[in-house]
Design a protein around this ligand. Structure first.
Ligand code: HEM
Length: 461
């Protein structure tokens, strides 16, 4: 696995430009337009503008490159599910190979299928249930170390907490102090992310190491060092604990440089995909609860009723219905995976439109989850939207925080289990209040982070 990777082929457009039928959109080329109207470039502002102006589907060009932005459940289903064979991941994802290498998120075709198959047993519902006690144990470490009245950056706390959970559950590794080193290096990279994605030929520049990118390379080396220590330690111990890392090692028995690098790519991908997303979801949830005391009260009532002061366990999760609804509504308003992109391999049709191969298709959870046609009064935090009745009323593909189709998030059950158990464990003892004057602003990087962290005061309930 992981050496000579064959990418699915991408064709050239087969027709003359006039033979395609493009959706409505910008008449001018976006390079010119973006510079004037959308500076500093924030893709969410651009997507909002496209959805408000053109509705379900919009078209624009950057240079010679066609881009369509979708905001309708039928189009979204077409691309992610019905015609998924015709699409690979788009350039931003390709760019993230600089960090992730050829892991499950970035791999295509046979390589992707092989990696997904290897990892699948670790994400099976039953296996995930076994991780519950570690999730609660890690949450308890936070719960017991917080002090009433202190102010903390809850976003940083959630990052450290979920990093430890992924390391212990999936990789049977206790990171402890290394967690801070890892989180700091990843933060460094996130800070450079937008810059790297926009930069022409960034992949090549990374190898040449110009001064501006030296920080990226240093941070990546620090992450690699932690990951290689984990892999080598596991190999040396010779023990098979049945973890995801053991499955990966078994599927890649050679210890040559190419296999080592492939393993590193696979491990780092699960690490990043598995901790940032959940940490952000939790940070946004604490913020939303602090702004909606009625919902917070209902959450506390449920915790008392179901748990009666004992710690939660995996078996409690199905009965913590309101806790799950709070998390679901938070994933609607602040979806950690805020957008997804695909790149067409061949010409394709979408509704009445006919588009050329090499078109980029963009879909944004942040935008569709806030469309008043599907979620009336979108900015209102209302967990009841996710009651059984609320869910049954809503059209499919209007809410998709975990994506859809063959590339749907492999960690979805893991994330629900972890999110509910961490919320329940911490909210049993503490409530969090935003520090007055702290600025809260979503920053769309690889995931949707609170740009200035989340400074909150810890209060006993
Ligand atoms: C709230 C938490 C999470 C959210 C919102 C989320 C969201 C997503 C989304 C939207 C995708 C699909 C991306 C695309 O199709 O372009 C995805 C893929 C993926 N996620 Fe998650 N995720 C979460 C948690 C996790 C966890 C806990 C793990 C692992 C421990 C994980 C591992 C992955 C992997 C490996 C993929 C790639 C799957 C593939 O391409 O086959 N995610 N995630």
């Amino acid at each position: 696995m992981g050496t000579a990777v064959r990418q699915p082929e991408v064709q050239a457009p087969s027709r003359e430009p006039r033979d395609y039928r493009f959706p409505p959109g910008f008449q001018r080329n976006l390079i010119w337009y973006a510079l004037r109207k959308f500076r500093p470039v924030n893709p969410i502002v651009l997507f909002q503008h496209l959805a408000e102006t053109y509705g379900d589907i919009a078209h624009y060009k950057i240079g010679r490159h066609h881009i369509v932005f979708l905001n309708h459940p039928e189009y979204i289903r077409e691309v992610l599910v019905v015609q998924n064979d015709n699409f690979i991941k788009e350039r931003t994802v390709q760019r993230s190979k600089m960090l992730l290498g050829e892991g499950m998120i970035t791999a295509e075709g046979a390589e992707h299928r092989a990696q997904r198959q290897t990892a699948q047993p670790s994400f099976h519902r039953q296996r995930v249930a076994e991780y519950g006690s570690i999730m609660v144990e890690e949450a308890c470490r936070n719960r017991d170390s917080w002090r009433a009245g202190e102010q903390r950056d809850i976003a940083a706390d959630m990052m450290h907490l979920t990093l430890n959970v992924v390391a212990r559950t999936l990789f049977a590794t206790d990171l402890r102090q290394e967690v801070y080193e890892l989180a700091a290096a990843i933060n460094r990279i996130m800070g450079l992310y937008n810059f790297l994605v926009m930069l022409p030929a960034a992949e090549w520049l990374v190898h040449l190491r110009p001064p501006g990118l030296a920080a990226f390379v240093r941070a990546r080396n620090r992450i690699d060092a932690v990951v290689y220590r984990m892999i080598d330690g596991h190999r040396r111990s010779g023990l098979d604990r049945g973890s995801l890392l053991d499955l990966m090692l078994a599927a890649s028995p050679a210890n040559d440089e190419a296999s080592r690098q492939s393993l590193r790519d696979q491990v780092i991908t699960i690490f990043l995909a598995g901790y940032e997303t959940v940490a952000n979801a939790l940070s946004w949830t604490w913020y939303l609860l602090s702004q909606n005391p009625d919902c917070e009260l209902r959450l506390h009532d449920e915790l008392e009723r179901v748990l009666q002061s004992r710690l939660p366990t995996t078996e409690d999760v199905p009965r913590l219905r309101y806790t799950e609804m709070v998390l679901a509504e938070s994933l609607r308003l602040y979806p950690p995976a805020w957008a997804m992109g695909r790149y067409a391999r061949n010409d394709f049709a979408l509704g009445d439109f006919f588009l050329p191969a090499r078109t980029t298709v963009l879909i944004s959870q942040f935008i569709t989850h806030r469309d008043p046609r599907y979620f009336p009064d979108p900015p209102r935090f209302d967990p009841d939207r996710f009651s059984a009745e609320g869910k049954s009323r809503r059209a499919k593909f209007t809410y998709f925080p975990f994506g859809a189709g063959v590339r749907q998030c492999i960690g979805e059950s893991f994330a629900w289990m972890e999110g509910v158990l961490i919320l329940a464990t911490l909210a049993q003892k503490w409530k969090l209040r935003l520090v007055p004057g702290h600025r809260v602003e979503p920053q769309p990087l690889i995931t949707l982070r609170p740009k200035y962290g989340m400074r909150m005061q810890v209060e006993l309930r």
